[in-house]
Design a binder for this molecule. Structure first.
Ligand SMILES: [Zn+2]
Length: 291
């Protein structure tokens, strides 16, 4: 494809690379036709091969600092740290499985009621609120936001705990898909992360931000900012039994389990290689059709 056709296709969201290039305009809607209406990316004359090359370099080297990365403001650094510490204490208190389902309001209440956790300060609550409502496109994350309220809660009746995993899945399509995977591929594939509510995603994202030197953009290349994770609405992660943390690396794509998952055709990877959502390749993350 020549440059002109590629850029046109890019703007129309119809470019699909060998690994299934996903463009923001594409989403699940192929009816998109007018590039002028696309505000997801500044799709204008400035977009050229260099832009795309730089972009791909960024998501391939997701754990490096890149030009235009957004960092936490120096004045908020202490609040970032104290918020993460308090969230950690809440997690220890309620246990990891409950923490995955905890709503913002329930989290704030738990902390206030338990003296060894201590109440979230106004600054901490405001910080979490501002992180939740920041436009993630500013970080360079172009995924959707399936959960749009800080106070959204996962309903207990809608989820089921998956034995032996410490994780919950949403009833209906996600559980059916997981059971089918286990039936067809076998017991060497296991659920490694299921439903994650706003607070769980907040904790993961802020912890990642600290590990990234306060770089929100770097964190968002590995982990959806709170509200943007499809773990809140049905997606889940799988891994190979016994692989531990390696399941969350690109090496998972070399396993027989991954090969069988893709060969058998019931896997649609939400963040394929060279996706245009601003996210690294996540072969372990299973997209469900729950939304
Ligand atoms: Zn995931």
């Amino acid at each position: 494809m020549d440059r002109r056709s590629f850029l046109k296709a890019f703007a129309l969201g119809t470019v699909v690379g060998k690994t299934g290039l996903i463009l923001p305009a594409q989403a699940d809607d192929t009816s998109f036709a007018d590039p002028d209406e696309n505000t997801e990316l500044d799709l204008n004359a400035e977009i050229d091969e260099q832009y795309i090359k730089d972009y791909l370099d960024k998501i391939h080297n997701y754990d490096k600092v890149h030009k235009d990365d957004v960092f936490v403001k120096p004045k908020d650094l202490r609040t970032l740290r104290s918020t993460v510490l308090r969230l950690q204490k809440v997690q220890n208190y309620v246990g990891p499985a409950n923490f995955a389902l905890l709503s913002f309001d329930a989290c704030v209440r738990s902390a206030a009621n338990v003296s060894r956790i201590g109440e979230f300060s106004d600054a901490e609550k405001e910080f979490m609120e501002s992180v939740f409502y920041t436009n993630a496109k500013d970080y360079g994350f172009f995924g959707e936001k399936p959960v749009d309220k800080l106070t959204s809660a996962v309903t207990r009746d809608d989820v089921e705990k998956i034995p032996g995993t410490g994780n919950y899945l949403i009833r209906g399509a996600p559980i059916k898909l997981y059971n089918k995977i286990r039936r067809d591929i076998g017991g060497s594939v296991i659920l490694t992360s299921g439903v994650r509510g706003v607070i769980k995603q907040m904790h993961l994202f802020l912890t990642k931000t600290i590990a990234s030197g306060g770089n929100f953009s770097m964190a968002s290349r590995s982990l959806a900012p709170p509200g943007h994770s499809f773990h809140g609405v049905g997606d889940f992660d799988v891994g190979k039994v016994g692989w531990g943390a390696r399941n969350f690396t690109e090496y998972f794509a070399d396993t027989m389990e991954y090969k069988r998952l893709t060969d058998m055709g019931f896997i649609k990877i939400r963040y394929p290689e060279d996706n245009f959502l601003g996210v690294r390749f996540e072969p372990w993350h299973i997209k469900t059709n729950n939304v």
